[in-house]
Design a protein around this ligand. Structure first.
Ligand SMILES: Cc1cc2nc3c(=O)[nH]c(=O)nc-3n(C[C@H](O)[C@H](O)[C@H](O)COP(=O)(O)OP(=O)(O)OC[C@H]3O[C@@H](n4cnc5c(N)ncnc54)[C@H](O)[C@@H]3O)c2cc1C
Length: 387
């Protein structure tokens, strides 16, 4: 939606083909970083997001022995800097509402199954309808992309062995406001609470809560007793977080999340390009995926502006520039995820050795803050998305 909007605003004729019959958001909450907020500013949507979301000033992680493993403050990057926790439905609605006024033609219920031609792309939906030819097809069908291997046959996207379950809860007194908080028991258990502001219908302040799990254990975990988990496991780990779920009687509202490590080499084939998670999905450990995707969208539109060369060449220039950002986060996310989601003693010991000094020593702290804010990039951000 962000790419469609950015391109339509620059005068392109845009058709957005969406698989859902009714547009709807997936998942529960997201942390928008200064990079994602800069991309939303370029779309004129940052104020709306700030008003609806929850300001996040720091990231704090502690273990069950009460040791502070991580304590990173956005203000250490720049005074006044912050992230914004946002309900996915609110981000979705904010973008969606802008599509029609910007002149985007939205076609729902169009699950694209194949790309018939790559130079002037023609796309075929599973119900047999065809769309195109277009000058450019931007394939943003997420980390589980069904179209990725048609664009790049050697692409790989293995599912990471650990995932998480998520739920939204209300936090009317704002007990969890201001920070993304995490609690770890070794690397086998990780719980987190992210303030996300108001839901799409308004109402009290909400938080997104997550609990990490091996993907192989999802079914047995969710077949087990909710009350036992909340009162025995969550309460023992984090009593305040367990209280957020006091009014809840079962697993309703929980969603499962799995992650993929996407590797595709080049993102495009002729005038078809991958974007967002379809091109560079990773584990959400660093909370960057949606931010990278928003920056992709705005920078792509800027690259295509007034371009007189073939579209594939403009797309290659955009890709080369974006890789200086996305490749760093893919590599670091891949390296760091086992420190938070793995069995045994080795990984959490490494995590504590790495992150505890990172939160305290000036040089290392700066690196941690660059990682957190999403601003680690080789070279400068272009003006369109400079945070
Ligand atoms: C548990 C979890 C927590 C996360 N937390 C954060 C966070 O805090 N911060 C952050 O920045 N990121 C976070 N992420 C990552 C973030 O959700 C993704 O990076 C982001 O949603 C990617 O956006 P996208 O548009 O590329 O793909 P998606 O959001 O997956 O959107 C894909 C779209 O394509 C449509 N589609 C799919 N297949 C087809 C088809 N064949 N034809 C037509 N349409 C199709 C779908 O309906 C959907 O609308 C998290 C991810 C997970 C799993």
């Amino acid at each position: 939606m962000a790419a469609a909007l950015a391109l339509a605003r620059r005068g392109h004729d845009v058709t957005l083909l969406e698989a859902f019959a009714e547009p709807r958001p997936v998942g529960s909450g997201l942390l928008l970083q200064p990079t994602g907020l800069a991309a939303l500013r370029a779309l004129g949507l940052d104020e709306a997001i700030l008003t609806a979301g929850a300001r996040v000033d720091r990231l704090q992680g502690r273990d069950t022995r009460g040791r502070q493993v991580m304590d990173l403050d956005y203000a250490d990057w720049r005074p006044g800097a912050h992230g914004v926790g946002i309900h996915r439905a609110v981000l979705f609605d904010t973008l969606h509402e802008q599509l029609a006024p910007a002149g985007v033609t939205l076609v729902t219920g169009a699950r694209i199954q194949s790309i018939e031609t790559f130079a002037n792309p023609v796309l075929r939906a599973e119900d047999g309808r065809t769309f195109g030819p277009f000058d450019l097809a931007i394939i943003g069908d997420g980390s589980a992309s069904a179209l990725r291997r048609q664009v790049r046959p050697r692409a790989r996207a293995p599912v990471y062995p650990w995932g998480a379950i998520w739920v939204n809860a209300t936090d009317p007194e704002g007990q969890f406001s201001g920070a993304l908080r995490q609690v770890y028991h070794r690397a086998e258990v990780m719980a987190g609470v992210l303030p996300v502001g108001r839901g799409p219908e308004g109402g009290p302040q909400q938080v997104s809560m997550f609990w990490s799990l091996p993907v192989a254990d999802f079914d047995s975990f969710l077949a087990g007793s909710f009350d036992h988990w909340r009162t025995e496991r969550l309460r023992a780990l984090w009593p305040e977080a367990a209280r957020l779920l006091e009014g809840q009687s079962g697993w309703q509202g929980f969603s499962r999340a799995i992650y993929r490590d996407v590797s595709v080499g080049r993102w495009n084939r002729a005038a078809c390009t991958l974007i967002g998670d379809a091109a560079h999905g990773t584990s959400p450990q660093l909370g960057q995926g949606a931010n990278l995707a928003l920056v992709d969208a705005v920078e792509l539109a800027a690259h295509l502006d007034g371009h007189r060369r073939p579209v594939a060449i403009a797309v290659s220039g955009w890709q080369a520039s974006r890789r200086r950002h996305t490749a760093l986060y893919q590599t670091v996310s891949k390296a760091l995820t086992p420190l938070f989601q793995a069995r045994g003693e080795v990984w959490p010991t490494l995590r504590d050795l790495f992150f505890t000094p990172m939160s305290r020593w000036p040089g290392l702290k700066q690196l941690g803050v660059l990682l957190l804010t999403g601003t680690l990039r080789l070279g400068r951000f272009p003006p369109a998305t400079r945070p």
